[in-house]
Design a protein around this ligand. Structure first.
Ligand SMILES: N[C@@H](CCC[C@H](N)C(=O)O)C(=O)O
Length: 278
């Protein structure tokens, strides 16, 4: 089968976008997606994103497979890329889309100079919702001790539809992400695995973050992770509700507004189009 694709990136978090409007099911399998994401034997990407028909009045449905073929509920950098992709496909000139995802309906707005602002919804904080065994029911998991790799870490857990474990550290550059990341991801405290964010407070409205993503490993940025970081920073009194998150791939503007919703603003860019035979 020959596939037509467009490669996009949002702060270096890169994705293969597929026009899947003709069907309600992803047009390739998780195994084929993992093959396409391979940086030596495939196109190379952190994930494959499918643009499917909308549901219950939404414009489109977004599904995504991580580079290991697992399916997460949401992707923040991915949905900014998705909004530009569908705007290009449908040529409608719409500036705002309602997008169904496995984490609920998200609303990206196309701005000027390639910027996209997304209403990312309300964070979920209960231990059972994340899920993590570090807390039960709806009680938030804030600054809880967790032993990983022989060290005790103070972690805060947040669900943005997908699960995140945020740890504030003195110096983010000193975190041995390649070693400690997989140990967080597969820790028994996280039955659905976890995205692990390590964060350094720079100022009350600026933090620096590095991420180990569930199903993808080290990436240059994570949009849901940046939202989870600001929520965790507010809950543990490390940053303001409106904070810039500095990532290896660039900056994201995150606001946890008074209506409890998170708004993320950042860039997205088409890189190239191509055909691939699978
Ligand atoms: N890079 C994404 C998150 C992608 C999903 C994540 N790896 C998971 O499994 O939950 C983002 O920008 O949010």
């Amino acid at each position: 089968m020959e596939l037509q694709f467009t490669k996009y990136q949002g702060l270096g978090n890169d994705f293969i976008l597929l026009d899947n409007r003709a069907s309600d099911r992803p047009m390739i399998t998780p195994e084929q997606a993992a093959q396409l994401c391979d940086r030596h034997f495939g196109i190379g990407a952190d994930g494959v994103i499918f643009a499917l028909p909308g549901q219950e009045g939404t414009d489109y449905t977004m599904r995504i497979f991580n580079s290991d073929g697992s399916e997460p509920q949401m992707c923040g950098n991915g949905i900014r890329c998705f909004a530009q992709f569908v705007a290009h496909l449908d040529g409608s000139g719409k500036a705002e889309y309602q997008i169904s995802t496995l984490a609920g309906v998200m609303v990206p707005k196309l701005g000027s100079q390639g910027q996209v602002t997304v209403d990312m919804g309300i964070p979920r904080l209960g231990g059972a919702e994340i899920p993590t065994t570090l807390g039960s029911g709806s009680a938030p998991v804030v600054d809880r001790a967790l032993e990983v790799g022989g060290n005790a870490w103070l972690v805060t857990c947040v669900s943005m539809g997908n699960p995140h474990c945020v740890t504030f550290v003195e110096d983010v550059e000193k975190v041995a992400l390649e070693q400690i990341g997989p140990q967080f991801e597969h820790h028994p405290a996280f039955p659905e695995r976890i995205n692990a964010e390590f964060v350094q407070a720079i100022a009350s409205n600026r933090v620096k973050m590095r991420v180990w993503e569930r199903g993808a490993g080290i990436t240059l940025a994570c949009g849901t992770g940046a939202c989870a970081t600001v929520v965790a920073g507010v809950l543990s009194k490390k940053c303001d509700r409106h904070t810039t998150v500095e990532l290896p791939g660039g900056d994201l503007d995150i606001e946890w507004a008074t209506n409890d919703r998170l708004y993320m603003t950042g860039p997205a860019q088409a890189v190239f189009t191509g055909q691939v035979v699978i």
